[in-house]
Design a binder for this molecule. Structure first.
Ligand code: GLN
Length: 188
């Protein structure tokens, strides 16, 4: 049986609407997730940027933290979403991350990112962005900025320190859909 995948976007705080819009541009069903049971019907989850402390507090209060730990599908975490997935928070992605690490002068900036797999550079919008300070051996670097990894894959997890939902480029979200298809093949 084939059907279009449904992608959930964690919608407790932050940039979830922009992620919903990007996913719709890719013609997939996108749904907002605010309750643990809403994770049951989805094929992948996006954890958006925003304020990681606020999102962390809210997911604990709504019982979403445990539900996210139990979720077995692909997950994309951007900016604050990457912080929540790191070693010090949910511990689902083997990276250490420093919050707001790009300094006050460059609090927010944009940069063209070369993708390891090639193709057109990806425009990265960084807003009070977290910096990856360490990545475990199983983590694949997909793009770097000034020698620091900014887009990484750890198995079924994709994390970005920038905001792919704020540009017209849908390639990072398309990568999440690729992981959904890969998982489908593995399960079938
Ligand atoms: N500075 C935010 C945090 O620490 C992340 C910024 C963002 O998601 N745009 O949670």
């Amino acid at each position: 049986m084939t059907r279009e995948p449904t992608i959930g976007v964690l919608a407790v705080q932050g940039n979830f609407q922009e992620h919903m819009a990007t996913l719709r541009r890719l013609n997939v069903r996108a749904v907002e997730v605010r309750k643990p049971e809403e994770l049951e019907g989805i094929d992948a989850l996006v954890i958006p940027g925003g304020e990681s402390t606020a999102i962390g507090r809210l997911i604990r209060r709504y019982g979403l933290e445990e539900a996210i730990r139990r979720f077995t599908g692909p997950v994309l975490g951007t900016c604050a979403g990457m912080i929540l997935l790191d070693r010090d928070h949910l511990g689902l992605v083997d990276v250490a991350v420093e919050r707001n690490a790009y300094g006050r002068q460059v609090w927010s900036f944009e940069a063209d990112l070369d993708l390891v797999e090639g193709g057109e550079p990806l425009r990265g919008v960084f807003i009070r962005a977290p910096r990856v300070t360490e990545a475990g051996p199983g983590v694949e670097v997909l793009a770097e900025h000034d020698g620091t990894p900014v887009l990484l894959r750890d198995g079924r997890f994709l994390v970005a320190s920038f905001h792919p939902e704020l540009t017209d480029d849908t390639r990072v979200h398309a990568k999440l859909l690729e992981l959904v298809r890969e998982e489908g093949l593995v399960r079938a």
